[in-house]
Design a protein around this ligand. Structure first.
Ligand code: B12
Ligand code: SF4
Length: 486
């Protein structure tokens, strides 16, 4: 029986193609274990018997049940777990993660949640556990919201850890690594690692300006490579996906990481999630080659739009020419490049969406290793986009339950906004097809059934994308049926 139980909720459609590690919980479990608390991680995505496990653990009255959550479907399942806990016990339910950090008081209004963690949780979780173990006041624990006699109290902000290297190693032993696979490179096992936090840029649709106050912090290159070495040795894993918002913010660090991987002869393949176009513009061919030699096989690059007006509106800090330039240089290297796009911004014209579709097609046709998924612009809480969207009639949900259906592919369905029904159908079709018209995406589809479905639908998606035929969206009905089970 453990002192603290940490639960990762279901993530809806996002766990279809692959399953990433519950890193948010693993990162707080390390310091908790180091402080002497025993921790159990229960992942609702893989433990079909999560109710039995919790029921059993709750008999021994753990200090708290901690649940992570981001905006959208995870809230629905985090609430399902919270209510389950409250129905069978009087245990304390603690929420952490992006959503509660952005809307602490509103989240705490829900009777199933007792305490919320705002922002970084490594130190806060330990201080909270110690305060609860000693029955002392929570008012001294920085960076939380809690309830006292029907009042919601927020303690002073915690600020950020200055030196991430003081944190203990991430406890991979708390999860069964066999369940997780973030990309399916030749069917081998793969895992995720976070090597830095935050991002110094200010894109208006991103949580970073509020959640990380645009501050970038990182584990050192040495510590990062130690972590990789451990994962490779202890779990026999050779494929790693870096989950950082901005892995390349410090190019000296990137260079060091690459050279240490090469020096230590770690036989790994890796993908990098957060890469900016302007950063790639600054990277010389030498560093690109070093990255390749170190095992880099994939870079995810945020392009967002094919319209310079929209790029400027969203404060992306790049132009379409920068994107084309980067593509020309990068295509000489055998990296699979995921260029991500966003359409449907408030005030975005049809012609601008067409420019974006055209840019995606150009990138795909000139770089045979590129693929170009689209998302619909989503005014997540705390972002500047949310404020701008309100000017166009967007009404954010007023309570936690309202946010549980606030997903990228659904939020706009019941929201009076700048999108007409016809726009919505077209945006839905374009985003749906954008994932399926290019075979390069298959290395991310680790689940067999979804790979088969991909190959069945691929010719149709290709036909639709190349001919701009987005009418008769029958496949969206099929997707809706699948979504009902998420
Ligand atoms: C991996 C990942 C996923 C995984 C899920 C993994 C997970 N942890 O749930 C998958 C692929 C499923 C996913 C899906 C989505 N994601 Co996502 N995802 C990420 C990513 C890249 C890494 C998350 C992570 O592991 N971070 C590392 C950990 C250590 O940091 P952390 O999560 O901030 O946790 C710290 C604190 O919050 C706190 N904490 C967190 N939980 C808890 C719990 C307790 C009890 C305590 C005490 C503390 C605590 O302590 C931790 C350590 O400091 C982040 C971006 C990023 N780099 O963080 C985006 C991010 C979280 N995702 C985001 C979004 C928008 C989505 C999607 C909607 C769509 C998408 N990405 O395109 C879907 C939504 C799923 C849903 N609603 O159900 C946004 C969140 C916006 C928001 N308002 O919630 C982010 C921030 C990306 C971005 N730049 O916008 N995602
Ligand atoms: S560059 Fe990426 S992580 Fe940084 S603010 Fe923009 S969208 Fe967010």
């Amino acid at each position: 029986m453990a002192d603290i139980i940490l639960v990762h909720p279901n993530s809806g459609v996002w766990q279809r193609m692959n399953l990433r590690l519950p890193l948010s919980l693993m990162h707080i479990a390390g310091p908790l274990e180091q402080a002497g608390f025993s921790v159990k991680i229960v992942d609702q995505r893989v433990e079909k018997r999560w109710r039995d496990i919790l029921k059993n653990e709750l008999k021994e009255k753990p200090l708290f049940i901690g649940i992570t959550s981001m905006t959208g479907t995870q809230i629905k399942h985090a609430l399902e777990v919270s209510w389950f806990v409250k129905t069978i016990s009087d245990s304390t339910v603690v929420w952490g993660g992006v959503h509660v950090s952005l809307l602490p008081e509103q989240t705490l209004h829900n009777p199933a949640i007792d305490i919320g963690i705002i922002g970084e949780g490594e130190i806060t979780a330990v201080e909270l556990a110690q305060a609860m173990a000693n029955n002392s006041s929570l008012s001294h624990v920085k960076g939380i919201v809690y309830k006292q006699n029907d009042e919601i109290i927020r303690t002073p902000a915690r600020g950020f850890l200055k030196n991430l290297d003081i944190l203990p190693p991430v406890p991979y032993h708390l999860v069964n690594t066999n369940f997780y696979n973030s990309f399916g490179y030749k069917g081998e096992k793969s895992l995720d690692i976070v090597t830095s936090k935050g991002c110094p840029f200010k894109c208006i649709f991103c949580y970073n300006t509020v959640y990380n106050q645009s501050k970038w912090r990182a584990f050192s290159a040495e510590r990062t490579v130690e972590e990789i070495e451990r994962v490779v040795k202890d779990f026999n894993i050779n494929n790693i996906y870096f989950q950082d918002d901005n892995f390349c913010a410090d190019l000296n660090r990137v260079e060091k990481i690459a050279s240490l991987i090469i020096k230590k002869r770690l036989k790994i393949k890796f993908g990098v999630m957060g890469v900016r176009v302007d950063t790639l513009n600054k990277v010389d061919d030498c560093l690109l080659k070093a990255l390749f030699d170190a095992g880099c096989i994939n870079l995810d690059v945020g392009v967002e739009s094919g319209s310079n007006r929209i790029l400027s509106f969203i404060r992306k800090g790049i132009t379409v020419d920068n994107v084309l330039e980067v593509n020309e240089r990068i295509k000489k290297f055998p990296f699979i490049i995921k260029y991500t796009f966003i359409i449907g911004f408030p005030g975005e014209k049809k012609t601008e969406i067409k420019e974006t579709i055209q840019l995606a097609k150009t990138l795909s046709s000139t770089n045979r290793r590129a693929y170009t998924p689209f998302y619909v612009a989503t005014p997540y809480p705390g972002t500047e986009l949310s404020e701008r969207a309100k000017e166009y009639g967007f009404k954010p949900p007023e309570n936690l339950e309202g946010w549980q259906s606030f997903n990228r592919d659904t939020w706009y369905l019941n929201n009076p906004s700048w999108l007409t029904k016809k726009d919505i159908n077209e945006l839905k079709m374009v985003t749906f097809i954008s994932f399926l018209w290019n075979k390069n995406i298959t290395f991310k589809i680790t689940k067999r059934l979804y790979r088969i479905l991909f190959y069945i639908y691929y010719p149709i998606a290709r036909f639709r994308m190349t001919t701009n035929f987005y009418r008769l969206p029958l496949e969206l009905r099929f997707e809706n049926i699948l979504n009902k089970f998420s």
